[in-house]
Write a protein that binds this ligand. Sequence first.
Ligand code: V47
Ligand code: SF4
Length: 390
Amino acid sequence: MSNAAISVLVSAEKDPVLQAIGKKVIAKQRISFEEGVQLFERGSLSYVGALANWVREEMHGDKTYFNRNFHIEPTNVCVFSCAFCSYSRLYSNREEGWELSIEQMLHIVKSYDGKPVTEVHIVGGVHPKMTLSFFLELLQTIKAHRPELHIKAFTPVELDYMFRKANVSIEEGMRLAHEAGLDSLPGGGAEIFHPDIRKKICEDKVDAEGWLKIHQTAHELGMHSNATLLYGHIESYAHRIDHMERLRSLQDQTGGFNTFIPLKFRNMDNDMSDVPESTIVEDMKMYAVSRIYMDNFPHIKAYWPMLGRQNAQLTLSFGVNDIDGTIDDSTKIYAMAGSEEQNPAMSTADLVRLIKQVKRQPVERGTLYNEIRDYTDVDPLSLELDPQLN
Ligand code: V47
Ligand code: SF4
């Protein structure tokens, strides 16, 4: 939407609160906590969505990023018992779960030898026998095999547990992990920071302060990271904005976050199955408000295995400029929570086609948003015929 068109839309808004917020957005001024809540409460999807789309196009034009990555989930055994988690098995029921050895994980990495993947994303449950030294060895082993592969791994939930167990400080633990090959942190484990909700859905794992401290320490060591928010369950709009506010403040200090990823709560086979899932309108509004509120986050990502492909496509008109990656494995955390994507895998051709179908510009990126290839002039069919590229 052009600057003239968005100005007309804002001027025509009858609600004075929403009009004032719109004026701030198009003047590139930061909106306040209260204004964020008002956008959720009073804004129509068409109004909030148009503002978010304008912000997205000002920042990135039509560019829509994806990367080529694969996931490793070392274990689904977990000492914690988050109410929304459909994936983990308690340590006491560990025979129902899986635990991979370093050798088995190296075998997964080796299965991508010769393939143009740029990132491995490693995250899983918190297994008491998978210690800091186990993971340092894993990082070193992967780096020794394929040094240029970017390792994005471990949430503060896993890191906090392994550092405590090894009796090292966050600073020392993060330094050791970075030296062993950890390149960046994924955004998981954040859920909802506000203690009133956190104590109801994931009481026993790292709290907001611990989560933020680990990301801050990573940033101070020169690493980048992502941040998530688990929405659409028992939280209020104010809780969502509180969460975003804490991230926005840390980003003002460090500038180390790349991407904000709102994660839609899925309710299958977990202790919150009685909580209904959010509507598609609510989902799109969540992405749109995120784009507007998180003005210092360069990127907003929709994680397609959780939303489904068509909804992920829709987010590209509501502030999102990244749809994660080819993934190429059975990412179990969402399949087990009721996602439509039971065995998520999209080839490069699928991703390029998905982005082009909604008239956006597909660009392959590295984890740190270095542009690897622009697919504007590439026919997805030609990619399908080239197994090396696809
Ligand atoms: O922290 C768990 C979420 C997260 C459910 O950084 C659920 O690039 C919905 O953080 N319904 C882990 N969500 C995944 C994650 C992630 C994914 C993709 C990319 C990146 C990145 C990070 O999954 C957990 C939790 O918030 N989750 N159970 C559920 N039932
Ligand atoms: Fe464990 Fe993570 Fe599941 Fe919580 S969300 S129970 S920390 S695997």
